[in-house]
Design a protein around this ligand. Structure first.
Ligand SMILES: [Zn+2]
Length: 157
């Protein structure tokens, strides 16, 4: 595994998690609620009062991921369904636990798959899980300026 901290291709991250939202505000899109300094799934749905798009929904609207995982190689082509299922399961569990961890898209790219996510930790988690389950080769590239990570997983044989 190689870790590289030199991605410098995007500007300042406008979705900084440290941004202050008013306590108790809800997201009109996904209905997460801002509580104790973070967006959480409410116990009871909140539909009244002030609303503001949460960070994850803003990223989805703007098509601005916090993490990307690229998967490629002949092994992927042979086991695509299985690997996709693993990714979907991780994404589903993450979203249930944390309102800001979502998948934005999973799409065919060249001969591989590209998975875009609203959360850098979730991207890392997916890369690690695929690597643990299927070995192969994993590269992790971090950006220092902002919370952004891109992972490349590859396996041929
Ligand atoms: Zn939202």
């Amino acid at each position: 595994m190689r870790i590289d901290r030199n991605i410098k291709e995007k500007g300042h991250d406008p979705y900084v998690e440290g941004r202050k939202y008013p306590e108790g505000i809800h997201c009109p899109e996904c209905h997460a609620v801002y509580q104790g300094g973070r967006w959480v799934w409410p116990v009871k749905p909140v539909t009244s009062g002030e609303s503001l798009l949460c960070s994850a929904c803003r990223r989805i609207r703007d098509k601005f991921p916090a993490g990307e995982v690229y998967l490629s190689g002949a092994y992927l082509a042979r086991h695509k369904k299985e690997i996709e299922n693993l990714i979907q399961k991780i994404v589903k569990d993450a979203k249930e636990r944390s309102s800001q961890k979502r998948i934005m898209e999973i799409r065919q790219e060249n001969k591989g798959l590209c998975v875009r996510l609203t959360d850098d930790h979730l991207a890392r988690h997916i890369g690690d899980a695929v690597y643990r389950a299927y070995k192969g080769d994993l590269q992790v590239k971090y950006s220092d300026e902002e919370k952004f990570v891109r992972l490349y997983w590859h396996r041929d044989e």
